[in-house]
Design a protein around this ligand. Structure first.
Ligand code: Z5A
Length: 214
């Protein structure tokens, strides 16, 4: 038995959490077993790594930040994601390895091949079945976070150059299991577009998704 691994990616304030929650609800309504997770996070060790990585007082260097993200991922994959997939669940994850490419490779400009290899060790080679990238301009995402009253974490406080490189990396990402969504649309329209993609891509494996509820 093998479940399915759906990841929602994009820059800050793109609407990832909103979309992941909406998709998980629709999948549950369709009668499927769903597990919602986020990265970095999802286990006590991974949540501790998240706090350390994002704490402005600790001021992690780019390399320390990378290894905190990957330590979190290794623990999360082996203790939560892989067992849930083996049990046949659908995982909906708020961020995964594309965030490492966007933030640590494009944003922090760490060496691509070495980071990808370290990430492969962390994931054990597990890759998403479907990655939905929510694209928004940097200013739109930052304005949404401000309006939501979210306190900026260490990475969010970083210079504009980082955030431009990150957003560009997300925009340019491509692959057979990756689909871009226009995150400037209304939340319900983004969710509907994403739901169509999920049903198309996973309908063969999960017959309950073949008839698309509106
Ligand atoms: N990070 C990394 O560096 N390397 C890695 O490998 C990984 C992560 C995995 C995690 O933060 C940090 O870790 C992140 C990258 C780094 N740091 N930064 N910077 P996170 O994922 O927890 O935080 P975030 O990306 O900054 O998330 P966010 O602020 O929660 O954004 P979001 O999830 O994309 O958006 P949201 O919470 O769904 O919505 C934000 C607001 O916009 C809220 O008021 C919504 O109601 C509103 N919203 C949502 N959708 C819409 C639409 N479509 N229109 C209008 N308004 C909307």
């Amino acid at each position: 038995m093998r479940g399915a691994f759906i990841v929602v990616e994009g820059p800050e304030g793109a609407g990832k959490t909103t979309l992941a929650t909406g998709l998980a609800r629709r999948l549950r309504d369709a009668g499927l077993a769903v597990r919602e997770v986020r990265e970095p996070g999802g286990t006590p060790l991974a949540e501790a790594a998240r706090r350390a990585a994002l704490d402005p007082v600790l001021a992690a260097t780019p390399v320390a930040e990378l290894f905190l993200m990957l330590a979190a991922r290794a623990d999360h994959v082996s203790k939560v994601i892989a067992p849930a997939l083996a049990a046949g669940d659908i995982i909906v994850s708020d961020r995964f390895e594309l965030s490492t490419e966007a933030y640590q490779i494009a944003g922090r400009q760490l060496p691509r091949d070495a980071v990808l290899e370290a990430n492969r060790i962390a994931t054990g080679g597990l890759t998403p079945d479907l990655t939905l990238v929510v694209d928004v301009p940097v200013d739109v995402g930052i304005a949404r976070q401000r309006n939501a009253g979210k306190a900026a974490d260490r990475i969010e406080r970083d210079g504009r150059g980082l955030h431009e490189r990150v957003a560009r990396a997300f925009e340019r990402a491509m692959g057979p299991s990756l689909v871009h969504l226009d995150g400037t649309r209304r939340p319900e329209d983004v969710e509907q577009a994403a739901w169509r993609v999920v049903c198309e891509r996973l309908g063969e494996q999960f017959p309950r998704l073949r008839v698309q509820p509106a």
